[in-house]
Design a protein around this ligand. Structure first.
Ligand code: URA
Length: 237
């Protein structure tokens, strides 16, 4: 049973300050099982009571799983003193404490980023041992040749001696390619192309382990993973 105070429950679930929530509750903005409750310390059962705040249901789920279409210019981090993070972009209706991005995309990389508060899920997704495929579309400042496809397939050795696992490189046009990697070393794709003398002009992640960005999800937007997506995903517990 998840018994707790109404003000604490709403503020934790929606990541709102306790004082703002208290004021809201006193103004009649919270309901429990359809009845307006103005007692900030009301004890509710998060498993069975239906709580709303400002008209939205405040649901209790142990964990939350979010797909984001990350825009450029935003940091893949939970918090930062001055810069905007991906967690700042999560709408209040699905925001809660403990959210963090699953792995990192560079500030200038766009595309699919998962955000959760489930550490096991995140580990399963990013652990190199699990070899989850991550597919990116990369635009380069020069042309791709067959030699690069071969070198990437054999496993690139980065400038500092780090050995990368085999990666699949598919040419889309002269300077645009799809690259599929199964690990996530720091700036990996930029460093891999650096070894063949190419710079990355644009990088977008299109899928992780078969999960893709819904067509309707614009850059900067996020959506909760459906139950079906979650249960079908290879990194779900
Ligand atoms: N590789 C990179 O170089 N950058 C990213 O953001 C992701 C993979």
């Amino acid at each position: 049973m998840k018994k707790q105070r109404l003000d604490k429950f709403i503020s934790n679930q929606l990541l709102l300050s306790r004082s703002i929530v208290r004021t809201g509750i006193l103004k009649g903005r919270a309901t429990v099982n359809g009845v307006v409750v103005r007692n900030v310390g009301e004890i509710i059962d998060a498993d069975s009571d239906c709580v709303t705040y400002e008209g939205n249901t405040v649901g209790y789920r142990e964990y939350i799983y979010i797909l984001m279409n990350k825009p450029k210019g935003v940091l893949s981090a939970a918090t930062d003193k001055s810069r905007k993070t991906v967690v700042d972009l999560v709408p209040q209706s699905i925001r809660r404490q403990g959210l963090f991005p699953v792995g990192r995309l560079d500030k200038d990389t766009t595309g699919l980023l998962l955000i959760t508060d489930d550490g096991v899920f995140a580990h399963n997704c990013i652990s190199p041992k699990k070899e989850i495929s991550k597919s990116y579309v990369v635009t380069l400042d020069g042309d791709i040749n067959d030699g690069m496809i071969k070198v990437f397939n054999e496993g690139v050795v980065l400038a500092d001696g780090t050995v990368c696992k085999s990666a699949k490189l598919e040419r889309i046009s002269e300077n645009v390619a799809r690259i599929i990697i199964t690990e996530g070393k720091y700036h990996q794709i930029k460093r891999m192309f650096g070894t063949v003398g190419l710079g990355v002009n644009d990088l977008r992640r299109e899928s992780i382990g078969g999960l893709t960005i819904p067509d309707t999800l614009k850059e900067g937007e996020c959506i909760e993973m459906t139950k079906e997506q979650l249960e079908n995903s290879i990194f779900y517990r």
